[in-house]
Write a protein that binds this ligand. Structure first.
Ligand SMILES: O=C(O)CCC(=O)C(=O)O
Length: 284
């Protein structure tokens, strides 16, 4: 285990004795802002021909040897749901109901997602958390499709986006109401105080985890049901997950992962190895 003493130096918000390691900010985005992001994604999916894509699964991480996955750090890539395909290898439902997520550089390359990511409200949140030079390192539009939306197994974001000391914070914006039925986030309150369990390391063969995942007691997780427009701020060491969406309702969300680029070092064996340095968020 990576020791708790190298944990993120930021934010009294998360270090108070009973801090759960997450914060829900209701009505962070207006209905118009949410609609703009959803409409933009509908246009991007409509323009996607399906030719260049991959499947995304957090269960076996089979995408992790995939060049398409590595290159997605600096472009806009489309990942299908594992259960999107029938035995004949064809999609069982329309393309727009088959995509698991789009990532990982929407915040840089798409004007609508860039506007949100570099907004004053996002930047000032990180300055209030004590970041010196925060930068978005990845963004994802997550669909959690009706009936087939894949589970996201329990994890800590610092496992995948490691700096020394650790500084990753996740922002998860609900673009639809997220409920127990359609696959909301679940988290273990206070788990961010127990250190980082493991890292995912990139090597010449792809990626691997340096330790197996612990088995978590599901009774420790609490659901984070939120309304569309709410922002969930997630400490990088918080254990969180989401279940498969077996309901008829989708659960769209836009997520950003932010690290500090001053006073800490981006690990050379993270899966994201950028050709260009990420642009920092600025508070005017
Ligand atoms: O949207 C989900 O279901 C999971 C997202 C998540 O775990 C993350 O963004 O770190």
């Amino acid at each position: 285990m990576v020791s708790a003493s190298t944990a993120c130096p930021h934010s009294g918000l998360f270090s108070r004795p009973r801090a759960p390691g997450y914060l829900v900010m209701d009505s962070f985005s207006s209905a118009e802002e949410v609609r703009e992001m959803r409409d933009r994604m509908a246009d991007l999916v409509a323009g996607f021909d399906g030719a260049n894509s991959a499947v995304f699964s957090t269960k076996d991480h089979r995408q992790l040897k995939d060049d398409y996955f590595f290159k997605s750090a600096e472009n806009i890539s489309f990942f299908f749901e594992e259960k999107a395909y029938g035995d004949d290898g064809c999609l069982k439902q329309p393309k727009e109901l088959s995509i698991n997520k789009v990532g990982h550089a929407l915040h840089e390359l798409d004007p609508v997602f860039k506007k949100f990511s570099f907004s004053e409200s996002v930047a000032s949140l990180f300055s209030s958390l004590g970041y010196k030079r925060p930068a978005v390192i990845q963004s994802m539009y997550i669909f959690k499709q009706p009936g087939i939306g894949g589970e996201v197994v329990p994890h800590q974001d610092n496992t995948f986006l490691y700096t020394e000391p650790r500084t990753c914070t996740g922002l998860w914006l609900a673009l639809e109401d997220a409920t127990i039925n359609n696959g909301c986030l679940w988290a273990i309150p206070g788990s961010h105080k127990k250190g980082l369990v493991r890292r995912m390391v990139r090597d010449e063969n792809g990626t691997h985890f340096d330790r197996p995942s612990p088995v978590y007691d599901q009774k420790e997780f609490v659901p984070l049901e939120v309304k569309s427009g709410a922002l969930v701020v997630i400490h990088g060491d918080l254990i969180h997950q989401s279940f498969e969406n077996l309901s008829p309702a989708s659960r769209h969300a836009f997520s950003l992962h932010v690290v500090d680029t001053e006073g800490c070092k981006w690990s050379e064996d993270n899966w994201i190895q950028r050709k260009t340095a990420p642009e920092p968020l600025y508070v005017s």
